[in-house]
Design a protein around this ligand. Structure first.
Ligand code: 5GP
Length: 114
């Protein structure tokens, strides 16, 4: 399914989204169906389909995504109580949108799988 186009359009502001942060490398915006009081998606501006496509050439983008997620967590004042950063990969990981994205979730006690 080519649903990755949704996120490409959000980056280009062709689809409305609550963009909280954008620079040359990443875009962060509110999830349309929040699973927690704070639920933000952080995506690379260049298309990467899944975590499996992280390679030697693009791996620095992931560090930047992490850095921005944590800055947003601090801005949203969820960093002291804590948060989750999640990347779902493919079918078993529950990835619905085929465009690599990091979920930042917080503002409530979140369930854990392990
Ligand atoms: P996944 O299950 O692929 O890890 O997560 C995809 C996320 O994207 C879901 O939490 C879903 O609510 C969110 N999402 C899907 N379509 C849109 C959209 O058009 N706009 C925004 N802001 N979020 C979306």
């Amino acid at each position: 399914m080519n649903n990755h186009v949704i996120f490409q359009k959000i980056i280009k502001k062709e689809i409305k989204a609550n963009i909280l942060y954008q620079d040359k490398i990443v875009t962060a915006f509110s999830d349309i169906h929040p699973k927690a009081p704070v639920h933000i998606l952080i995506i690379p501006n260049t298309f990467i389909k899944t975590a499996n496509e992280i390679n030697k050439k693009n791996k620095n983008i992931i560090a930047h995504m992490f850095y921005i997620a944590i800055q947003i967590a601090k801005e949203k004042k969820i960093s002291e109580d804590g948060y989750k950063i999640i990347i779902n990969c493919n079918k078993n990981g529950g990835q619905e949108i085929n465009y690599l994205h990091m979920h930042l979730l917080g503002g409530i006690k979140l369930e854990t799988l392990y």
